[in-house]
Design a protein around this ligand. Structure first.
Ligand code: SF4
Length: 183
């Protein structure tokens, strides 16, 4: 039964993914400006929250996956090997993420690519992943991770793509709180 469910979800997500690609091609939009990318994430997040509503997930069973571009471009501390190498100077959002990590005991990985993210997930085996990324990476990452539950949050790119990006940390905390309140 579980296997059938996974196949059905994979088919549903595949259809959604194809629709996104067609829609973006027809409208000549990129993922960033696409309403349909937003809708996909809303659909996915609603589904994830609905499933975990009936499950017991503690905050230390949550993994937060972040893109490297959240780190201040000029910062030389190697947070990709260990986020604890951050000196919490406050120049970028990683400072707030560290506080969140300490407060809730979640595991956090700043990944430079999909392979590193996969190794991290294999090692930690979280029950829920909160993933932050740009539209294209987030949508394909969620699709590739099925049946793992991945709650997606877009980063914001005030300085253009892949440099000094940002994320709404309050949104991340709200998701963690919604889950850990049940402990
Ligand atoms: S908060 Fe400061 S030390 Fe930490 S990653 Fe950002 S710039 Fe580097």
């Amino acid at each position: 039964m579980k296997k059938i469910n996974i196949i059905l979800i994979k088919i549903l997500y595949s259809l959604y993914y194809i629709i996104i690609l067609i829609f973006i091609k027809i409208r000549k939009e990129d993922y960033t400006n696409s309403n349909i990318s937003e809708k996909f994430i809303q659909f996915n997040n609603k589904r994830v929250m609905k499933i975990i509503k009936n499950k017991k997930i503690k905050s230390n069973e949550i993994a937060l996956l972040l893109p490297h571009c959240l780190q201040a471009y000029e910062c030389t501390f190697k947070i990709t090997s260990d986020i604890e190498n951050c000196k919490e100077c406050g120049k970028c959002v990683i400072d707030k993420i560290i506080k969140l990590k300490k407060k809730y005991g979640i595991s956090v990985k700043v990944a430079t690519g999909g392979t590193l993210a996969r190794i991290f997930l294999k090692k930690h085996r979280p029950k829920l992943v909160i993933a932050v990324a740009c539209e294209r990476d987030l949508i394909s990452g969620i699709y590739d991770s099925i049946p793992l539950l991945v709650y997606g949050i877009f980063n914001t790119r005030e300085n253009g793509p892949c440099i000094n990006t940002n994320v709404n940390v309050e949104e991340i905390e709200t998701v963690i709180k919604t889950i850990s309140e049940k402990e």
